[in-house]
Design a binder for this molecule. Sequence first.
Ligand SMILES: Nc1ncnc2c1ncn2[C@@H]1O[C@H](COP(=O)(O)OP(=O)(O)OP(=O)(O)O)[C@@H](O)[C@H]1O
Ligand SMILES: O=C(O)[C@H](O)[C@@H](O)[C@H](O)[C@H](O)CO
Length: 164
Amino acid sequence: MPHNKTVLVVMGVSGSGKSKIGKLLSKKLNLPFYDGDDFHPEANIEKMSSGTPLNDNDRKEWLIELNKLALKNKKVGAIIACSALKKNYRSILRAGMGNCMAFVYLNGTFELIRSRLETRKDHFMPMDLLKSQFDTLEPPSNEISVSIDKSPDSIVKDILKQLN
Ligand SMILES: Nc1ncnc2c1ncn2[C@@H]1O[C@H](COP(=O)(O)OP(=O)(O)OP(=O)(O)O)[C@@H](O)[C@H]1O
Ligand SMILES: O=C(O)[C@H](O)[C@@H](O)[C@H](O)[C@H](O)CO
């Protein structure tokens, strides 16, 4: 990457496009992609699937695992998709990474994201949890931020422009 940001965390509420955009970005930058959803303990997946939002405690071990993943990839680089909803969650993710980690915030309205989730198939996350995702969200300042109200390719272009 043409800068010191080796690990990019693509963040935002459920349905904001973390997987979609993260994968495209990983192709463009030729970096491995990791989906934070794959690192949840089974109990977290069961909890969300049954319609209960995760709390700080549920997310703690998961965030620590993702921090370990980031540290492991500090030199080689990686794209990690993770909701990273609260400031404090981002601090856990960034521990030991300093300026090597950057967050890419996918910014969209409740209505837009709801409409995208309505057409998404085969995913454990129930749409009812979207409101709690927005209630929990503490949007980052001083991070890369992109409006998701456009095509995936334009979003990726926007991210690359802000990175350089
Ligand atoms: N810019 C876009 N334009 C149109 N559709 C999009 C865009 N970005 C994502 N989508 C679609 O919106 C849905 C949600 O995207 P995606 O699954 O990538 O979100 P996510 O943030 O990873 O969600 P979750 O955290 O719940 O796993 C998918 O069906 C995806 O194909
Ligand atoms: O922090 C959280 O509540 C979780 O990370 C959720 O955001 C899900 O993992 C994901 O978004 C669902 O697909």
